[in-house]
Design a protein around this ligand. Structure first.
Ligand SMILES: Cc1cc2nc3c(=O)[nH]c(=O)nc-3n(C[C@H](O)[C@H](O)[C@H](O)COP(=O)(O)O)c2cc1C
Length: 153
């Protein structure tokens, strides 16, 4: 039996929406990464971008699991300022030795996705086996559901 694991960070719920639908489809384990630094609100968004651009780490919480036991790991994150959020950067930095093979799912509003893919690949020392990108408005409208099956192949 294939054991899948979804790992995600979400500030405002879009990435969580996709992660939860994918979990329903795969019937698999899931890890939500929480950033202990307050990130909500319009003004805090500026700090989010600065932290992302500066590649800052942060304090995070998550349910620890043995990542090595999973055949497939789906890493899901929003894009911040063409970078990755500190919570994802911190998680990957802490757990990189146990992530050997992964699929990447990015949520974003439409900017270039190559930089965050490269960032994550450099931290993990390997490129994702697949990358899927989902535009924010397709999450809001629900049309991302049409592509969900393709992500599980
Ligand atoms: C601080 C911040 C920076 C962002 N920077 C980008 C960006 O550079 N490019 C982009 O396409 N979307 C950007 N976005 C939009 C988010 O990536 C997008 O809305 C994402 O789906 C939010 O996911 P979440 O609701 O799970 O937090 C940014 C959002 C925030 C809050």
């Amino acid at each position: 039996m294939t054991e899948d694991l979804i790992i995600f960070y979400s500030r405002t719920g879009s990435t969580r929406t996709v992660a939860e639908k994918l979990k329903e489809l795969l019937d698999c384990d899931i890890i939500e990464i929480t950033d202990k630094k307050p990130r909500r609100g319009f003004l805090k968004a500026i700090g989010c971008s600065i932290d992302a651009i500066k590649k800052n780490l942060t304090d995070i919480e998550y349910n620890k699991k043995d990542l090595k036991k999973y055949n497939r790991i789906f890493i899901m994150t929003p894009i911040w300022a063409s970078n990755i959020p500190p919570a994802i950067r911190t998680f990957l930095t802490l757990e990189k030795s146990d992530i050997l093979n992964y699929k990447l799912i990015l949520t974003y509003k439409g900017s270039d996705i190559n930089k965050p893919i490269k960032e994550i690949s450099e931290i993990l020392d390997t490129y994702p086996s697949n990358t899927f990108d989902i535009i924010h408005k397709d999450i809001k409208s629900g049309s991302f559901m049409l592509n969900l099956n393709g992500m599980t192949k």
